[in-house]
Design a protein around this ligand. Sequence first.
Ligand SMILES: *[C@@H]1O[C@H](CO)[C@@H](O)[C@H](O)[C@H]1NC(C)=O
Ligand SMILES: *[C@@H]1O[C@H](CO)[C@@H](O)[C@H](O)[C@H]1NC(C)=O
Ligand SMILES: *[C@@H]1O[C@H](CO)[C@@H](O)[C@H](O)[C@H]1NC(C)=O
Ligand SMILES: *[C@@H]1O[C@H](CO)[C@@H](O)[C@H](O)[C@H]1NC(C)=O
Ligand SMILES: *[C@@H]1O[C@H](CO)[C@@H](O)[C@H](O)[C@H]1NC(C)=O
Ligand SMILES: *[C@@H]1O[C@H](CO)[C@@H](O)[C@H](O)[C@H]1NC(C)=O
Ligand SMILES: *[C@@H]1O[C@H](CO)[C@@H](O)[C@H](O)[C@H]1NC(C)=O
Ligand SMILES: *[C@@H]1O[C@H](CO)[C@@H](O)[C@H](O)[C@H]1NC(C)=O
Ligand SMILES: *[C@@H]1O[C@H](CO)[C@@H](O)[C@H](O)[C@H]1NC(C)=O
Ligand SMILES: *[C@@H]1O[C@H](CO)[C@@H](O)[C@H](O)[C@H]1NC(C)=O
Length: 396
Amino acid sequence: MGHMKAMVMVICCLTQAIITHQTGQFIGASMSFTIINGTNGFEVQLDVISGWVLGLGPCGINCSRASINSNTKGTREEVLHKQGDSHFFGNWTVEFTINNIYYAHFLDINRVVYSSLNESVLDVSDKACWEQVRTVVRYPMIPNATYMDIAFEGLSWRNLSMQGGYAQWHIQMKFTPQIRSDTGKPNNSPQTFNKPFYRLHLDKDNYIRVATTDPDGDHILCAISEYIEAGVLSILPNITVTKDCIITIPSHRSLGYHNGSMGAVAITVRDLNVYGETAGGRPEAFSTIGVQFLVQFLDNISEPIFIFPTPEGNHKFNIYLGTTWKIDVYAEPISPALINHFSCLGRQHEDVKIIYVKSTPVLNHVNVKMATMTWTPNHTDVGNHILCVGVEDSYG
Ligand SMILES: *[C@@H]1O[C@H](CO)[C@@H](O)[C@H](O)[C@H]1NC(C)=O
Ligand SMILES: *[C@@H]1O[C@H](CO)[C@@H](O)[C@H](O)[C@H]1NC(C)=O
Ligand SMILES: *[C@@H]1O[C@H](CO)[C@@H](O)[C@H](O)[C@H]1NC(C)=O
Ligand SMILES: *[C@@H]1O[C@H](CO)[C@@H](O)[C@H](O)[C@H]1NC(C)=O
Ligand SMILES: *[C@@H]1O[C@H](CO)[C@@H](O)[C@H](O)[C@H]1NC(C)=O
Ligand SMILES: *[C@@H]1O[C@H](CO)[C@@H](O)[C@H](O)[C@H]1NC(C)=O
Ligand SMILES: *[C@@H]1O[C@H](CO)[C@@H](O)[C@H](O)[C@H]1NC(C)=O
Ligand SMILES: *[C@@H]1O[C@H](CO)[C@@H](O)[C@H](O)[C@H]1NC(C)=O
Ligand SMILES: *[C@@H]1O[C@H](CO)[C@@H](O)[C@H](O)[C@H]1NC(C)=O
Ligand SMILES: *[C@@H]1O[C@H](CO)[C@@H](O)[C@H](O)[C@H]1NC(C)=O
């Protein structure tokens, strides 16, 4: 009997409306991969979770909360047709070495990648105007490759006032495809999950935690993306990232942050064997993946907050098959708003049920609502899962 872990991360929803624009549709993505032994030999299965301005992404012009969990097959085609650009949702390229000899530079692999595409809608925020989709694509493993670098890039980010406006997006994933001597199998990359868009306070130290897990049980190391890994994105002033993926942005006006500023955060996540960091220098990783998202700084944010006794973010739970995971979360709106709804999301459309929502004043906080969520995993769910709990108030 397998055992499984689920991590719960607490993130609030957003109220800031995003103005739509034909260019400027991208608001971030994260990549991960597993190696599968398919009918045509080993293949790299890429899992991309991307955020788009609502109505400009693959979920289509009529995208709404009702689209969650639906397949984008029809809507993606419609947008591509309407835009008259089959690369509107990005270009895929690969670089690789064979027996350590450099072979190809930005080789176009769109045809192969897009022919295997399977995509579904993970989340939509009607009020904050974004959609998040999960795209699964495959690319055959290159025989004898000793290194592969798969990149996804296109036009363009939403207007990033802190990083040169409609910047091109570029996100990549690098790995060594050989069989690992410790596991006897090819490596799988770390996996992450986060919202595509965060509203942050101006003149304050803001913390964002990116939830991470690794299917091989490897040690995970996060860092700010630099050089080509960040594409054309400059690094936001004084931003720091800890090894365990806690991002701090001290958004002081003296550093160039202003009310309404928009910026993109790009981090790189690596997996290392459990012996991890060797003495000196950057440790050699099995793989590196990119995680990027949009942030906006505002002088007045009035969004609901989770309050005690909700478990803290990145809480790890072990759940055994045949049992039900249950969690109570408590949220308080900023007066005079009211809590509208709760959500619980996973990368794999985990079937989490919200069985109960009620008003539960806690001490002198009268508008608190509590939700009870449950999840009963079955044998197809064995492995690591990341679940995110969200809450929206009457302002969105
Ligand atoms: C991959 O699958 C083939 C048959 O489908 C099998 O013969 C082979 O041993 C598998 N390779 C590994 C490393 O599991
Ligand atoms: C979007 O919704 C409008 C109004 O309901 C409808 O006329 C239109 O056909 C829809 N478009 C697509 C692409 O689904
Ligand atoms: C697409 O993904 C869904 C959900 O993950 C899965 O149920 C379905 O079988 C996949 N379809 C194909 C053609 O792989
Ligand atoms: C892979 O490398 C082995 C040993 O170096 C060689 O025998 C084989 O022909 C190579 N295969 C390909 C497809 O390059
Ligand atoms: C995608 O690649 C094509 C062909 O190389 C290029 O013309 C196009 O500008 C690229 N599109 C994006 C969005 O990067
Ligand atoms: C993009 O944002 C900058 C800074 O906020 C603004 O000056 C510029 O007009 C915006 N561009 C467009 C096309 O809206
Ligand atoms: C920003 O970073 C610089 C250099 O590390 C440091 O001197 C300064 O105190 C930092 N400012 C803030 C507001 O954190
Ligand atoms: C701050 O920016 C937001 C969004 O652009 C705007 O709605 C708000 O009025 C601004 N606040 C002030 C004090 O200018
Ligand atoms: C902040 O926003 C709330 C709700 O929109 C409003 O009631 C409050 O007056 C605002 N505070 C400031 C300082 O602008
Ligand atoms: C296992 O759960 C998944 C969703 O989490 C569901 O799609 C699938 O049908 C379930 N399988 C069985 C055997 O109950």
